[in-house]
Design a protein around this ligand. Structure first.
Ligand SMILES: [Zn+2]
Ligand SMILES: [Zn+2]
Length: 265
C-alpha cells in the first residue's frame, strides 16, 4: 500500500478548525467534517487533489462536538461513504441527550457566550460503531493503519493510527493561541473543552509509545511526538474543569425544549 498523504482541509482558516483527507493511491478517507455547511470546503479540497466527494471511501468522525461532526450527515449523503464513530458519543450524534462540556479556561467561557458551539447539527447514526477496545482496520479503505477508540476528550473520541507514523487525533490535543494556528502553532495546548485530562494524557502517551511521530489536530498543528509528550506529562496532573450542559450553557431554552440539545459541539 502506498504511503498516504495527509491533506489539511481548512474549515476556518489558519488552522482554527481543520478536517483532514488521508489519501493514498488505493483510497481516500475523510477525518472529521467541520461545522454544518462545510461540505463545499471539503469538496474544494478534494478537487485540488483531482478527486471528488464520491472518492471518499470512509468518513471518520473523531467525536461529537459540532466543529467535527457538523457536516457528517451531509457528506455521507453526497459521497455515499459510511461513517465510523465510537458508541460513547452515540447519544449526541443522534441528538438524544444534551452534550456536556468541561471548560479548560477563559477561552471556553468565551465560546459559550458566543453560542457557536451549542448550535445543533443534523443528527445521524454511524454506519460502523466502535466499542471500547475495538479497532477498525483501514486497509479495506485503501489506507495502512487503523481507527481506534481513544476516549478522554469526550467519551466517544476516536483517533487514527497510520503505519506511516501519522496520528489524526481530533481534539486530544490542540496547538496555537486561542483556538488553532495563528501563533505558537508548535506549542501544544488543551482544546477549549476536555472531559478527562488524565485519560487524555494517557491516550497521547500510548499513541507515542505505539510509534506515532506526527500528530494532526482539529485545531492548529501538526505537532511532533516530542511536544505531545511534553504536553501529556503536564496534562496528567490537571483536573477536569467545570462542566456545562449544552442547552443550559447556551441560555436558550428553546434549543433544549426543541430536542436539539444533544447535537451541540
Ligand atoms: Zn472537541
Ligand atoms: Zn474541536
Amino acid at each position: 500500500m502506498s504511503q498516504p498523504r495527509i491533506v489539511r482541509v481548512p474549515i476556518v482558516p489558519f488552522g482554527v478548525v481543520n478536517c483532514h483527507l488521508v489519501i493514498s493511491e488505493q483510497g481516500c478517507v475523510l477525518v472529521d467534517t467541520g461545522v454544518p455547511g462545510s461540505h463545499r470546503k471539503i469538496e474544494r479540497a478534494l478537487k485540488a487533489e483531482g478527486l471528488g466527494l464520491q472518492d471518499i471511501r470512509l468518513i471518520v468522525v473523531t467525536h461529537a462536538h459540532m466543529d467535527h461532526a457538523g457536516s457528517a450527515a451531509r457528506v455521507r449523503q453526497l459521497s455515499g461513504a459510511p461513517i465510523v464513530a465510537h458508541e460513547g458519543d452515540l447519544p449526541y450524534y443522534q441528538r438524544r441527550k444534551p452534550m456536556t462540556f468541561c471548560e479548560t479556561g477563559w477561552v471556553s467561557r468565551l465560546f459559550f457566550r458566543t453560542g457557536v458551539i451549542v448550535k445543533p447539527y443534523e443528527a445521524f447514526t454511524p454506519d460502523i460503531l466502535l466499542t471500547d477496545g475495538q479497532a477498525l482496520d483501514l486497509a479495506p479503505y485503501g489506507i495502512a493503519g487503523r481507527a481506534r477508540p481513544t476516549p478522554g476528550h469526550t467519551a466517544g473520541s476516536v483517533s487514527l493510527e497510520l503505519d506511516s507514523g501519522d496520528a489524526l487525533v481530533g481534539d486530544l490535543v490542540a496547538s496555537g493561541v486561542l483556538l488553532g494556528g495563528l501563533m505558537h502553532t508548535q506549542h501544544a495546548r488543551r482544546p477549549p473543552f476536555e472531559d478527562d485530562p488524565a485519560t487524555v494524557a494517557l491516550q497521547l502517551q500510548q499513541l507515542v509509545a505505539g510509534g506515532m511521530q506526527t500528530f494532526h489536530l482539529g485545531h492548529g498543528g501538526p505537532l511532533p511526538a516530542k511536544e505531545v509528550m511534553r504536553h501529556a506529562g503536564w496534562l496528567g496532573r490537571q483536573r477536569a474543569g467545570r462542566m456545562y450542559q449544552g442547552a443550559v450553557a447556551c441560555g436558550c431554552e428553546s434549543v433544549g425544549a426543541g430536542g436539539a440539545g444533544g447535537a451541540h459541539g
